[in-house]
Design a protein around this ligand. Structure first.
Ligand SMILES: [Ca+2]
Length: 174
């Protein structure tokens, strides 16, 4: 599951944890108090799909003590909306990377793009299919998920996570 940094309203963080637990929040908090005053997390459209400030890129990291095995279907379900709950078309790109813990060097091994039409006053689940992945992320490396909104999107995006009913999650098959 995509984790927030703490319960309730929080400032944005460039890297957040991928966690296995129940959601911290029962009502969607403002997940980026430094960026806007609305519930959820704002991602602005960007032409740079792998780097950028917290207003344009969100990274989630899974870094257990041991290795991470991927052996089968891999997907992400992201609860998302068009900014201000408009009904515009939104494009989102999700990327999976294998990164070294010490040097932070990353190699992309899967990318999935999804589009959806914003729904008034609600976040909708958007599925990203990474296909079947066979890979071992060794213990000195970590698995990273990066989410960006390409400039081709008609609107900036809001996303939701770590909240009951809005529990966005990366699903891997060990
Ligand atoms: Ca927000």
């Amino acid at each position: 599951m995509l984790g927030s940094s703490a319960f309730g309203d929080v400032v944005s963080q460039s890297v957040l944890p991928l966690v296995t637990r129940t959601p911290l929040n029962s009502i969607l908090p403002n997940l980026d108090t430094d960026l806007d005053h609305s519930p959820g997390r704002l991602l602005k459209r960007s032409s740079d799909l792998l780097s950028g400030g917290t207003d344009k890129l969100q990274r989630f990291r899974l870094d257990p003590a041991g290795s991470i095995r991927l052996n089968g279907p891999t997907s992400l379900v992201l609860f998302a909306a068009a900014r201000d709950f408009r009904t515009d078309r939104v494009q989102v790109q999700a990327t999976l990377l294998d990164c070294s813990d010490l040097l932070g060097l990353c190699s992309t091994f899967a990318t999935a793009t999804a589009s959806f039409n914003g729904s008034a006053n609600q976040f909708v689940p958007v599925t990203f299919d990474f296909g079947s992945q066979t890979r071992t992320v060794v213990s000195s490396h970590n698995l990273e998920l990066r989410i960006v909104v390409p400039s081709a999107s008609d609107r900036d995006m809001w996303m939701a996570y770590d909240t009951t009913g809005l529990d966005s999650a990366l699903n891997i098959t060990p």
